[in-house]
Design a protein. Structure first.
Length: 526
């Protein structure tokens, strides 16, 4: 009992819920399949992601105005003790007469800005809910660049100068550019949550408080940084999309090609904070957040540049997608083969001794064709059906299968290094469900007869194996090669808009692969 309580206290500190393969900490994070209420109720989790990634976007969220406000409050972290929100309900950039411009790059460069930097306490977060968008994909996109990465890439001789001066921010102000009454802020800014140092560059009209002979060269360097599309995170809009970005740590712009009636959104803001520079500020991030798996030979990725991953993230359902099991979504479940519908005594004892209030045990008839049959055949071949037990994670993955004779109360690790059953169930109650890439077979490993892929090391970064430098002279792992093929297939249909088109391509690919096997094209020298 004492050991289990200690375990429970430790595991509370290790929350995260991001599947291996994600670049947590890079600029930009894309999620789909959620409701506004899920975000509000899970605000601590998404606030941690936003603090690290500086921008989080929810595809097709369609929040109400009240939900819009509630999400901002749920996600806000900062120094404002009583953050208040603001909202412009029908923003369309009507003050910009050039939105139909065909000069895409020049237009984007002319629009870079931070919202209201001329205020003594500029807003901390900006949000957009796109409720009217009558344009092709990629037109009128929003772009963000990291002010943290700007600092990291900045030449050292400029960094030393920036520590000593303040910038005046005319961007967005109606005051004349020569007005000395505008508030000046430190040129370097400390992020109040992460402790990161940022260059507080807020747009082309940023200028030093006092004349500096090095400033023109520095301004040209910033221009080159913002000109490089590799430093941009791009959000392509659809109706209902909702994004929030950290106005302290990013600068944003948008693309042309639209008139003001085609792109209308509600723009929100929250938090008012005075910029300051304190290089000794400590991070308030949870160091255990993420639950990632990394190969011991590969250094942890610490990039703060744009996240190159274009695939949205979802909370997968796995087994809980089956009819009648939807209510178990994001809950740990043990299914037990029982001909009479009764739960075996040892399983009842497991339920009685666990501290996970959402854990449940469900009896299933072992008759042919039941949904557990494939798991039974693969994990427990030859074992008696009656009394077989299958533990599923909150993401709907099979964690472990138990034969009727297995000791459910063993306190030792099994031969594959898994924790004892009660510890697994307890951990499932404390760990957050994983966000995983949508459409990837390796996130549904238990639906396939081959190796599990759910623990693909995060440092592969979804790159094709030919770009990966960690293999040295050895062959890429088998499951990596399988994943590369799956990712390639997904990339072939991810741009298509209808399920019918997507299905047609997948079926054609399956036909060709089957034909390759029939012709023995897999054989060497063929």
């Amino acid at each position: 009992m004492k050991i289990m309580r200690l375990w429970r206290s430790l595991v509370k500190k290790v929350k995260g819920g991001l599947a291996a393969g994600l670049m947590l900490g890079s600029l930009g994070f894309k999620v789909k399949g959620l409701t506004a209420q899920q975000i509000i109720e899970d605000g601590e989790y998404f606030a941690e992601i936003l603090a690290r990634n500086k921008m989080i976007g929810f595809i097709g969220l369609h929040p109400t105005q009240d939900e819009h406000f509630a999400i901002l409050h749920a996600l806000y972290r900062g120094d404002d003790p009583k953050p208040e929100e603001g909202l412009l309900p029908n923003e369309n950039h009507i003050g910009n007469p050039n939105t139909l411009s065909s000069e895409h790059h020049n237009f984007v460069m002319s629009q870079w800005h931070v919202d209201n930097p001329f205020l003594p306490e500029p807003p901390s977060f900006t949000s957009m809910h796109m409720h009217t968008f009558d344009l092709p994909k990629g037109v009128g996109s929003t772009y963000l660049a990291s002010l943290c990465l700007m600092y990291e890439m900045c030449p050292d001789h400029f960094k030393k100068e920036l520590e000593l001066i303040k910038f005046v921010h005319h961007t967005g102000s109606i005051a004349p550019c020569g007005d000395q009454g505008l508030v000046a802020h430190p040129a370097l800014r400390t992020h109040p949550v992460t402790g990161e140092t940022m260059i507080f560059w807020t747009g082309p009209e940023t200028s030093p408080e006092v004349e500096c002979d090095w400033f023109p060269a520095f301004s040209e360097w910033v221009h080159q940084y913002l000109s490089d599309g590799r430093n941009w995170y791009q959000w392509d809009w659809k109706v209902g999309d909702f994004i929030v970005w950290d106005n302290r740590a990013t600068i944003h712009s948008f693309g042309p090609g639209w008139n003001h009636s085609q792109r209308i959104f509600a723009r929100g803001s929250i938090g008012e904070e005075m910029p300051y520079f304190d290089p000794g500020r400590q991070s308030k991030l949870n160091p255990a957040f993420g639950d990632v798996i990394r190969h011991h030979t590969v250094a942890k990725d610490r990039s703060v540049g744009p996240n190159p991953d274009h695939i949205p993230l979802v909370f997968t359902k796995g087994i809980y997608a089956l009819p009648g099991l939807e209510h178990r979504f994001q809950k740990a479940t043990m299914f037990v083969y029982s001909s009479n519908g009764q739960i075996p005594e040892d399983a009842e004892r497991v339920k009685a001794e666990t501290w996970n209030p959402e854990f449940d045990i469900i009896p299933v008839s072992p008759e042919s064709g039941n949904f557990l049959e494939r798991y039974s055949k693969r994990a427990l071949p030859g074992a008696p059906l009656e009394g077989q037990k299958f533990l599923f994670t909150p993401n709907g993955d099979l964690e472990k299968a138990y034969a009727p004779s297995d000791d459910l109360f063993s306190t030792e690790l099994d031969d594959q290094g898994r924790w004892p059953l009660l510890r697994l169930i307890e951990a499932f109650g404390e760990f957050h469900a994983d966000l995983r890439h949508a459409g990837h077979a390796w996130h549904y490993p238990d639906w396939f007869p081959h190796q599990p892929l759910k623990n693909r090391p995060w440092d592969w970064h979804n790159l094709s194996f030919i770009d990966y430098e960690g293999f040295e002279d050895s062959q890429p792992p088998f499951d990596f090669l399988v994943q590369f093929a799956v990712d390639t297939v997904y990339g072939c249909f991810n741009h298509l808009e209808t399920n019918e088109e997507r299905k047609e391509i997948i079926e054609a690919i399956v036909d060709y692969l089957q034909y390759m096997l029939e012709l023995n094209e897999h054989e060497i020298d063929r």
